[in-house]
Ligand binder design. Structure first.
Ligand SMILES: [Zn+2]
Length: 68
């Protein structure tokens, strides 16, 4: 499992093991430190690797329905 500081080689949604933070990391980007545990080692697990969420899904899971 990749750790922070390693270069990501496959686009995907990654979840860190210490805090469960989910972020999208494109290929070629270095896995970041955990926002809560800066400078500590954390591992990033690839989740939803086969599906790219739409940007509208990233806003706290809220879905804005059109006002009919
Ligand atoms: Zn953390």
């Amino acid at each position: 499992m990749p750790r922070n500081g390693e270069i990501n080689n496959s686009f995907g949604v990654y979840k860190n093991l210490c805090c469960g933070t989910e972020i999208i990391i494109p290929a070629g980007v270095i896995f970041p430190d955990c926002a809560t545990h800066i400078h500590l080692i954390t591992e990033w697990k690839n989740i939803h690797s086969s599906r790219i969420p739409h940007v509208s899904e990233l806003a706290e899971g809220k879905k804005t329905e059109p006002a009919a």
